[in-house]
Design a binder for this molecule. Structure first.
Ligand code: SF4
Length: 689
């Protein structure tokens, strides 16, 4: 038997742990630790430990499929490409839209972005960052000039006060959770704010249980208390920031007194006071947040509030400080960096910026030009346009995304997808979205490809090919290149390897300019920005100045606004959604992983015991959860860990899909939906019938 270890990077969360794929007789059969990486030092969470299990699952797509008379039939690549190119040529540029993928590599996201803008010439390209951290990208770009996690993962253990809000770090980014344990061992105080007392909260020194959607009020209250006590960092405010007066004017309003914030949020005023004191007086304080902050109609406001408190207390640009936005999927940071967004090219170079536009048009050399220098539609807006303005968008090319389970208000998404004239889905398994496709293209998974992905801490790390792909499946970038060639653009897609694509990325992307595969091919890899071949990378951002042209951090006065839909007599509870330790997003990979699926094989709704008693609902009883958008049957999980008046559902499960219920009201800037708060009622099934 031939056996080898191939070191690669985890395909699940944005932490970016490394491990070895165990390969026996050219087939991936297991995972073994890889100790040399500074990210996880050989340790893994359950998803990482079992990340080999889906790779050779019998459900893998092995051949292109074309829908004929409502049924998929296997087709050759030539047949699939002929149909696709014929269809693409029928549509005008802005009748087409592309969805790129946070699961795919940087190289593949770059290829898709270039294909959308250069081949289809459409402005409408986006990906699922819209659903998780679009608020971070927009919020931090406006405050700091750069929309990414400011510090590095290892740095968290050096903090003296860690404030975690809207992130169940121990379950969703377990190897970042490890840094919190180390920080606590080093004497840090841990503050945890969330409507659910999660395993992360159980390790905290101070737990703030709050009503989902009251984040801005909480931050304003904390900042008022810090200012009243003189705990702000006056030097930092004076030298490094602007518009402090605007912040002060807002947060000093009487409505943000701790007593009033307590009424809005449900957190006792004494606990808020303690939190303000710990943050205000700490030698170094960091904030960790995730989708609990971003997935709101006030997502950008929430992120600006996080930035405000860190600038107010001078907790930026030093070890143990920072705004640590924990990105969800393995390469959601990279997909954003690669410009798989409707407003930017790579490295956040704006499409509407004349110089940036010219730079890309010239560098790519499409003889008939590229998409117009205007912003395109976000994925959430694409769905609205498809559902409500039939005929405006007609054709969609989706790579590695599953909006039929991941997007809010699934009936709305279904209506949108049914209004498409032509849909291509490229994935490794048949997904809920692929069922709606006209053509399904079989792609390769992480274990079958070389490439890079950029973790939440901006660390660009490598995937390494460990086995051949199954059947006739192909690499995502090869599929894109082959379609582009058939559309007459072979010259613009000259690549023969992922490395060739990365070389092109580095040429057009200042923050990646100093990187190449030789430099990345080492355990510590490189953090962007890395602007030159002799630059060591940047683990901590904003050390001396912020990324705005004047170098100053921008304060915003942020008024508190409630969620778009609040409880009323008909729908008296708040529904919030999220993930669990054992499953991942729409379950495409984890539900085909025996050991993970066994742990949490179906969904549930968490209900506080007092609410359950009042409703006559027992633990494990199947009940009906109903919102203005739909209803699902789901088992109840009665637990004191959820706040009274609030309910929680994981969104992984198609048989009780939480997103049938969620609200697609959007943040006005980031266009991110409000997954984290809508009004819900629950009924006993017998009574509902
Ligand atoms: Fe993979 Fe994230 Fe777990 Fe690390 S913490 S093993 S990156 S899922």
């Amino acid at each position: 038997m031939q056996m080898k270890y191939v070191q690669t990077t985890c395909p699940y969360c944005g932490t970016g742990c490394s491990f070895n794929l165990v390969v026996e007789n050219n087939r991936v059969t297991g995972i073994a630790p890889y100790q040399r990486t500074p990210v996880n030092q050989g340790k893994l969470c359950p998803k990482g430990i079992y990340a080999h299990e889906f790779v050779n699952h019998p459900d893998r797509l092995k051949s292109p499929l074309i829908k004929k008379n409502g049924k998929f039939v296997e087709a050759s690549w030539d047949e699939a490409y002929d149909l696709i190119t014929k269809k693409f040529k029928q549509y005008k540029p802005d009748e087409c839209a592309c969805l790129s993928s946070a699961r795919c590599s940087n190289e593949e996201n770059y290829a898709m972005m270039k294909f959308a803008r250069g081949v289809l010439k459409t402005r409408h390209v986006d990906h699922c960052a819209r659903l998780c951290h679009a608020s971070t990208v927009a919020g931090l770009a406006s405050t700091f000039g750069s929309g990414a996690m400011t510090n590095s993962i290892g740095d968290i253990s050096q903090s003296k006060c860690c404030f975690i809000i809207g992130s169940n770090t121990f379950e969703q980014h377990p190897l970042i959770g490890r840094q919190l344990v180390l920080a606590k061992k080093n004497g840090a105080k841990i503050i945890y704010a969330d409507p659910r007392l999660t395993p992360t909260g159980k390790q905290a020194d101070l737990y703030l249980q709050f009503r989902s959607g009251s984040d801005v009020a909480i931050f304003n209250g904390l900042m008022q208390e810090i200012l009243k006590n003189g705990w702000e960092d006056k030097e930092f405010i004076k030298n490094r920031t602007k518009d402090f007066d605007k912040l002060k004017e807002e947060v000093m309003k009487p409505e943000y007194s701790l007593d009033n914030v307590s009424k809005i949020s449900g957190i006792p005023a004494a606990k808020l006071r303690t939190a303000a004191e710990w943050i205000g007086k700490a030698e170094s304080a960091c904030i960790l947040y995730s989708m609990g902050i971003t997935q709101h109609t006030t997502g950008v406001d929430n992120v600006r509030s996080v930035a405000n408190i860190q600038m107010l207390t001078g907790n930026l640009g030093r070890p143990g400080t920072g705004v640590n936005a924990l990105r969800g999927q393995n390469n959601v940071q990279g997909a954003c960096d690669m410009g798989a967004l409707p407003v930017v090219f790579t490295g956040y170079q704006k499409v509407i910026d004349e110089a940036a536009y010219k730079k890309f048009a010239d560098a790519w050399g499409f003889p008939d030009g590229i998409s117009a220098p205007q912003n395109g539609y976000e994925v959430t807006v694409m769905m609205d346009v498809l559902a409500d303005k039939p005929g405006e968008l007609k054709c969609m090319y989706i790579m590695g995304e599953n909006p039929m389970l991941s997007d809010p208000d699934l009936h709305h998404v279904e209506k949108a997808l049914k209004n498409l004239g032509f849909l291509i889905v490229q994935d490794i398994f048949m997904t809920e979205t692929a069922e709606f496709a006209d053509v399904v293209l079989p792609a390769c998974c992480y274990a079958e490809k070389d490439g890079t992905q950029t973790s939440t801490e901006r660390r660009v790390q490598m995937w390494r090919k460990a086995q051949e792909p199954p059947g006739n499946s192909k690499l995502d970038w090869v599929i894109i290149k082959e379609i582009a060639s058939r559309m007459g653009y072979a010259k613009q897609f000259p690549w023969n390897s992922a490395e060739d694509i990365f070389t092109e990325i580095a040429k057009v992307t200042p923050s990646y300019a100093g990187m190449n595969y030789t430099r990345l091919n080492r355990p510590e890899a490189l953090h962007w920005p890395c602007p030159a071949p002799d630059h060591a990378g940047t683990p901590i951002l904003h050390k001396e100045k912020f990324a705005h042209p004047d170098g100053l951090g921008q304060f915003f006065g942020v008024p508190y606004k409630p969620p778009a839909e609040v409880p009323d007599t008909e729908y008296p509870f708040v529904l919030t959604t999220g993930r669990c330790l054992w499953q991942w997003h729409t379950g495409t990979m984890t539900r085909r992983s025996e050991n993970l699926e066994e742990e949490e094989p179906t969904g549930w709704i968490e209900i506080n015991p007092e609410d359950a008693k009042a409703l006559g609902i027992k633990d494990k009883e199947k009940i009906l959860a109903v919102t203005r958008r739909g209803k699902v049957e789901v088992p109840a999980r009665v637990t004191p860990d959820i706040m009274k008046g609030v309910m929680f559902m994981p969104f992984h499960y198609k048989e009780c899909a939480a997103n049938t219920l969620t609200n697609n009201a959007l943040d006005p800037i980031a266009k991110i939906p409000e997954f984290k708060a809508c009004a819900v009622k629950v009924q006993k099934i017998a009574e509902a019938k």
